[in-house]
Structure formats: structure tokens, C-alpha cells
Design a protein. Structure first.
Length: 388
């Protein structure tokens, strides 16, 4: 039995599950396989932040045009930030269905549909789609969350189920696939004015085999790292993950935050800037422009450190345009000690939705301040890492 092709052009509302700390609201999906493009617009709710700053719109446009063809806009209006990817080959969410296998039938919200199981054409994910008689999906499950797959730290490791409703078959209205104002007119945002050079204490969670280097990596201050740790605590409280405290000399004219990730061969950041990128954790909080230049004392800050602007050993920040250097790994501890033995997991649960996380921050700070259990410290983790 051969799978049918998904309808060439259609749009729908969607709901999505599969997360605990981050919930997807009712979003909109637009699909145009004739022009090889699609768009997700999702309103996310972050359960671990305050009630006044807990939602953010993610608008992800992926097309087959030249240049920056995968544009991610977070939030709307004057607070919107565009985070485009470098040009990449367009892959639609249903590409690979032609080689799919039939897995039976079901009824989704009163509509009968056939279940097809398939691998994406790039081999990055495995998906199932339930196609109705009109060849429009009513349910779509993927091992890679298409909303967050732009960055591995945010990507879902479990199946993310979408349900589609309010189906409209045919071309979308004119302008549906236009780039957002933030991407068309305000990318990148300018660096923060009035910056100087100052030491910055940063923290990163990583595997034991990761090289001891912060270039082309995302990293956070203490409160910003907690925003990620508390959101992903269940996955981090066991296993062999490590946390390292870094101290870096930095030009504080912060630029727009960039997603950094490992391609399978090297680390890279999706930005052409030489300045360190910065935003509030998850782009939330009271600060404008998603925290690029604000204090972010409510939710903490995340940073992106472009390797190309790292100062040579011994050179001060500013030499030949370098924007950061002198990175020193202060201490490394295990996530298991922090979450289990020092009680961070319990503190995260108790303070979820009520930032700033004073109890969790005290636990986090004490764990790095000493290796003595009586003082709340964690022992040094003698990681087997490759120093570069």
C-alpha cells in the first residue's frame, strides 16, 4: 500500500502537547508545497516564569529562497527579534512520506484518517502522520519538535504530537509567507550603547566529552542557567551531565542573542556579529527587546559567544576588534550532585512560576562556592574533557 501525497496547499489551526514546563497554545500552520515553503506560528506558555511574562510568540518561516531562508521571529511588535538561520536546503515536514509505511487507521476529533510512518529525507527525525480523505493531516507526530528544532538545547527529545483543525484547503491569502517586520527591516538589532569591558561569570551544562571551550556556544549567568536547568530538571537530575562555572572578560556592548549548536562536525552560531549576543532567559522577563540591553534581574540572561571574535591569548579585549577573552574554567560539578544531593530539583518545583528563584539561586551559588557538603557545596568533577 502506497501513501498518498499530502495536499499541496492548506492551512490549519493546531494544538501541540508533549511538554511539561513549556506548553504550546493554539497556533497556526500554513503549507505550500508548490512553492516549497511552510510557516508555524505558535504562542508558547512557560510555566516556570511569572504570570505577567510567561508567553511568547514563535513565528518560524522556512522556504526555498536564496539567502537566509529559515527565519525565526520571537515575539511581536517592537519587542520582536529575528533569528534567521544560514541558508539551508528546504525540507518540508512531510518530505519522506512517499517512502512511508501504513500503520493502521484511527479517528482524530471525529475524522477518520490513515496512519503513515516515515523518516525525514535528511534522516534527522522519524514521524507519523494521520491523513484524512482530503489528504490533509489531522495528526502529526515527530521525534523532532519543528518549533524548537533550530537549537538542540531547546529541541524536544520525545515525540511532539500536533493536532490540526479548522482546515482550509487551497492557497493561503497573499502575504501569508512574507517575512516579518523584524526579519525584513530590523535584523540584526544594533549593539547596546555605552558598553565597556568587564568580567562576567557564566555557567554551562554539558557532557563530559565536550571540549573545555565556550566559543560558538550558548551560556548563561547563574539565574539564566537556572531558567534552563529548572525547565529540564527531570532530564538532568540523572546521568553524567556536568556544569562548569566560567569567568570571561567581555565587551558589554551586547549584540542580539544567537542560537549556537553542534553541527556534527563543529560548533557554530547563527549570527554574523562579532559582539557577544545576549537575551533574557527564554526571551522573557520585563526587559525590552527580549533583554538584550536590560538588567534581566527577574529571569537571568543567556549569552552567545562567537569564536571568531575571541581575543588571542594574553591580548586585552578590543585588540584587533576582539570582544571577549581570558575565559577561565573556575569549577566543574555534576548535575547529579546539584539536583539530587543539594536539592535543586525540589527548589525548582517549589518556585516554578515565581521568579526570581531565590531558594534555587542560593542552592546553585553554594554548590559552586565550596566542595564541602556541610556548606552546600558539590565536589569537583574531574571530568575527562578535551582541552583546546
Amino acid at each position: 500500500r502506497r501513501p498518498p501525497a499530502v495536499a499541496l496547499s492548506w492551512s490549519a489551526s493546531f494544538t501541540m502537547g508533549g511538554r511539561s514546563a513549556i506548553r504550546h497554545g493554539r497556533g497556526a500552520f500554513f503549507y505550500d508545497d508548490i512553492a516549497r515553503r511552510h510557516r508555524w506560528v505558535d504562542r508558547l506558555t512557560f510555566d516556570f516564569t511569572g504570570p505577567q511574562t510567561s508567553t511568547l510568540v514563535y513565528d518560524i518561516l522556512f522556504d526555498s529562497s536564496s539567502g537566509l531562508n529559515r527565519n525565526i521571529t520571537t515575539d511581536v511588535g517592537e519587542n520582536a527579534i529575528c533569528k534567521p538561520s544560514h541558508k539551508t536546503r528546504y525540507i518540508g515536514p512531510f518530505d519522506g512520506l512517499a517512502s512511508g509505511l501504513w500503520r493502521g487507521s484511527k479517528v482524530v476529533d471525529g475524522v477518520a484518517c490513515d496512519i503513515w510512518d516515515f523518516n525525514s529525507t535528511d534522516g534527522a527525525s522519524r514521524s507519523t502522520v494521520c491523513l484524512a480523505d482530503d489528504n490533509v493531516p489531522r495528526e502529526f507526530n515527530s521525534t523532532m519538535d519543528p518549533i524548537f528544532s533550530h537549537v538542540s538545547a531547546h529541541a524536544s527529545s520525545s515525540v511532539a504530537p500536533f493536532r490540526f483543525s479548522n482546515i482550509s484547503i487551497g492557497p493561503a491569502p497573499a502575504g501569508t509567507f512574507d517575512r516579518t517586520w523584524a526579519c525584513a527591516e530590523r535584523y540584526p538589532t544594533p549593539p547596546c550603547p555605552g558598553g565597556g569591558v568587564a568580567p562576567v561569570d557564566l555557567y554551562r551544562i554539558h557532557g563530559a566529552s565536550e571540549p573545555a571551550d565556550v566559543g560558538n556556544r550558548n551560556i548563561g549567568d547563574a539565574l539564566g542557567d537556572l531558567a534552563l536547568l529548572c525547565a529540564r530538571g527531570a532530564a538532568l537530575s540523572s546521568g553524567d551531565k556536568l556544569l562548569t562555572h566560567w569567568r570571561v572578560m567581555a565587551n558589554t556592548s551586547w549584540d542580539q542573542y544567537s542560537y549556537c549548536f553542534f553541527t556534527g562536525e563543529r560548533n557554530m552560531c547563527l549570527s554574523a556579529s562579532r559582539h557577544i549576543g545576549r537575551e533574557s532567559a527564554w526571551g522573557l522577563g520585563a526587559g525590552g527587546l527580549q533583554g538584550q540591553c536590560s538588567s534581566n534581574k527577574d529571569v537571568g540572561s543567556w549569552y552567545s559567544l562567537p569564536a571568531k571574535s575571541k581575543c588571542a591569548d594574553g591580548e586585552p579585549v578590543g585588540t584587533d576588534g576582539c570582544t571577549w577573552g581570558g575565559a577561565t574554567a573556575v569549577r566543574t560539578i555534576t548535575a547529579r550532585c546539584l539536583f539530587g544531593q543539594r536539592g535543586l530539583a525540589d527548589a525548582c518545583r517549589a518556585e516554578a512560576g515565581h521568579p526570581p528563584y531565590k531558594r534555587a539561586l542560593d542552592i546553585f551559588t553554594a554548590a559552586f562556592a565550596s566542595d564541602e557538603a556541610s556548606r552546600g557545596g558539590c565536589p569537583d568533577a574531574r571530568a575527562t574533557v578535551a582541552y583546546v
